[in-house]
Structures are given as C-alpha cells and as structure tokens.
Design a binder for this molecule. Structure first.
Ligand code: UT7
Length: 351
C-alpha cells in the first residue's frame, strides 16, 4: 500500500460498522410528478483535462464512465437549478405552486450558510408552505424524500415538493484532477401525494456512520474551522475525498443495504423492476450489479452525461426515465443514495 493511502486510511477511525438491519415501511404515498434541470454549459473530459494539470480524459472515462458534466453559469446557483427543476415537475404534472404545502430540499451546496436554500426556492415559487433543507450530501434526496413522505403518509401534507439540487462546481477545486472531473451541477424534483395502500415505501432504511465523516469533507467554512485567508490558500474550503476508500465502502454498503431492504420487503432482487442508484461512478453501479448477480441493464444510469451531481443524481435520472416512459404504475424501484456523512438511504418504492 502506498504511503498516501495508508496515511489516509489511518485517519479513518473505524468504518467497520455493519450495515444496519433497521428497516421501516411507509405506504400510502405516491410520486405524481418529476422534473429536472441541468445548466446549459457542457464541459467534456477533454476540456476538463485542459484545465487540470496531469488530467487524462481517457482515465476519467475508464475509471468513472463520465464523459461530460454540466457547469452552472456564473450567475446560477443551487436555488436557481432547484427552482427550474420544480417548475418543470409542476408543469408536467399539471399542478400549481399554490397546491404545494411542503418543501424539502436536499443539498450540501446551499446558496448561503443562512437562509436555507429551501426558503429561497419557496419565495421564488411563491409557495405557501414550510420549507427546509436536509443536508445528507449525496444521500440528500433519499433523506428529503423519506422525510416528506412521513408528512404525506400522516395526512399532514397533501402535496410535497422534494428537490435534490447541487452546484458542485463551486465547491471542488477545478484544477485538481483527482476530484474536479467527477462532479457536475444539476437538480431534480418530485411531487409526492397521498396514494393507495399498495403504493409507497414498502421498505426503507436511512442510515449514517459519522466515523467515516472525514473520508469526504470540506474542512473550512464551518464553526470548527471558520473561513480564513490561510484556509482558502491551502484549499481547505474545497471538497476532498479519499476516493479509493469511499469506493470500497460504497460498493459494500449499497449491496448490503439493498439486500437488507429486499429481505424486509419479502422480495427477491429479481422482483425489482428498476434499480436507481446514486450516480457517482459507473464502476460502483456495475460492481453492485455484479455482486447482486444482476444484469447492468436493470440499473438506470446517466453518469456519463452529468457526472456526480450529488443530491440531484437520483431525481435527475428518475425524471429521464419517466420522460422516456419506462416506469409504470405498480413497478418496484429500488433507490439508493450514498455519500458524505457517511450516509446512505435505500428504499423499495412501489410506484
Ligand atoms: O458521491 C459520493 C460518493 N463518492 C463516490 O462514491 C466516489 C468513490 N470513488 C471513486 O469513484 C474512485 O475511487 C475515483 C474515481 C475517485 C478514483 O478512481 P480509482 O480507480 O480509485 O483511482 P485512484 O484514486 O486509485 O487513482 C489511480 C491513479 C492515481 O495515480 P497513482 O497514485 O497510481 O500514480 C491517481 O493520481 O490515477 C491517478 N488519477 C488520474 N490520472 C489521470 C486520478 N485522477 C486522475 C485523472 N487523470 N483525472
């Protein structure tokens, strides 16, 4: 093992925690609309290589499956992407902003530390609704969806707007070849409403393991290490990732979590209509498919077009699938988000 890897591994306190066996169920909710938005600017691997010293465009595609990603315009930020995704979702569903009575936004790249991005979106859409952010990084959408589902299932919300949005290009060092090519910007939204008792989250788990928090972190800019000129000079305000260890953790955790959720639902892996995993790296999705003994075409993917869009990736790929007409009522979708925290959220959703 090379020295850098052994040093970073030594910084990971435990990370031995097994995947929790806690699973819950929440029926009576349904997704009645989806929407998404990505910025217009496309940055190809070749363009990425031109700005990152030592970056090889073929390496990016071979090691991640990513060919290009979208980059927000200078005047665009997370709330702008979120608003556009929400507007598309409402328009496609034929619903009005005035119908929404709850807004939950999953993001780890908020416009500001305060106020929340959700409040900015609420104002722009003119919603009469409580609005709050959920910060669970790349699991942000799964956390936001599951949170909103509780309100809908209890009758405390009739139409919840759930958004996953991230403007990652603002928090990664665009000249660092080890991280810049991996991430992109985007947003996805779903509308959640009461459903039949056959629809909803047949089984789900939300989980966390903070012992691995430093595997994927932004050190400076919070109350522990406030932003200082020194911190900015040393790049501590940027996202850093122990990629190799996160990769191994992700493949193991996602596979085990899917198995636990399916077992709890009394279903086999072959009963699932579609697998919708967080789009971080095509090799992670392929490795999970292989471990589960499933053909790769059972898994949605668009990481080649957008890279890792964090909380946006699941609703983005879901919206593409809905637009392509590949999801029918009664289908079972196995959705799984995973990332910094460490966090993960896995749901078997009956559409
Ligand atoms: O969304 C939240 C969760 N995030 C993830 O799930 C991401 C998980 N991790 C990964 O996807 C992968 O670990 C990475 C894509 C980040 C890295 O892939 P890898 O196959 O684990 O590569 P590596 O980090 O082991 O790097 C292999 C080599 C290194 O060179 P040395 O040390 O062997 O000389 C890197 O410096 O590849 C080098 N390298 C590059 N070379 C050309 C790293 N980035 C590049 C690049 N171009 N862009």
């Amino acid at each position: 093992m090379d020295e850098t890897v052994s040093q970073s591994a030594a910084n990971i306190p435990r990370l031995g925690r097994n995947v929790t066996r806690r699973v819950n169920s929440l029926m009576g909710v349904q997704i009645i609309g989806t929407g998404s938005y990505v910025p217009e600017l496309v940055r190809t691997n070749q363009q990425m290589a031109e700005q990152c010293p030592g970056c090889d465009p073929d390496w990016i595609e071979q090691r991640t499956g990513i060919r290009e990603r979208r980059i927000a315009a200078e005047e665009e930020s997370t709330s702008d992407l979120a608003v556009r995704a929400a507007q598309y979702a409402l328009a496609k569903a034929g619903l009005y902003a005035s119908d929404v009575d709850l807004l939950v936004v999953g993001t780890f790249t908020p416009d500001y530390q305060c106020p929340s991005t959700a409040c900015l979106v609420q104002d722009r859409l003119g919603l009469d609704a409580p609005a709050f952010d959920v910060q669970a990084a790349c699991s942000g959408f799964m956390y936001a969806l599951t949170t909103a589902a509780q309100y809908v299932a209890t009758g405390n919300s009739r139409l919840a707007l759930v958004i996953g949005a991230d403007c990652n290009s603002r928090i990664v060092d665009q000249t660092d070849r080890s991280i810049a090519p991996l991430f992109g910007d985007g947003a996805g939204a779903v509308l959640l409403a009461p459903g039949t008792m056959q629809q909803g989250l047949k089984a789900y788990q939300l989980a966390s393991d903070g012992s691995g928090g430093m595997m994927l972190d932004r050190k400076a800019g919070g109350t522990r290490f406030p932003l200082t000129p020194e911190a900015i000079r040393s790049g501590e305000h940027y996202l850093q990732m122990d990629g190799r260890n996160v990769f191994k953790w992700a493949v193991r955790t996602v596979t085990e979590s899917i198995e636990v959720v399916l077992e709890s639902a009394g279903l086999s892996r072959h009963d699932v209509s579609l697998y919708v995993l967080h789009q971080a790296n095509q090799r992670i999705i392929d490795a999970v498919a292989e471990k589960l003994g499933l053909a790769p075409d059972r898994f949605l993917n668009n990481v080649h077009k957008y890279g890792n869009t964090s909380a946006a990736s699941i609703p983005l790929v879901l919206d593409e699938a809905c637009s392509a007409g590949v999801i029918d009522r009664g289908d079972t979708l196995l959705m799984c988000g995973f990332g910094a925290g460490l966090t993960w959220g896995t749901s078997l959703l009956v559409w």
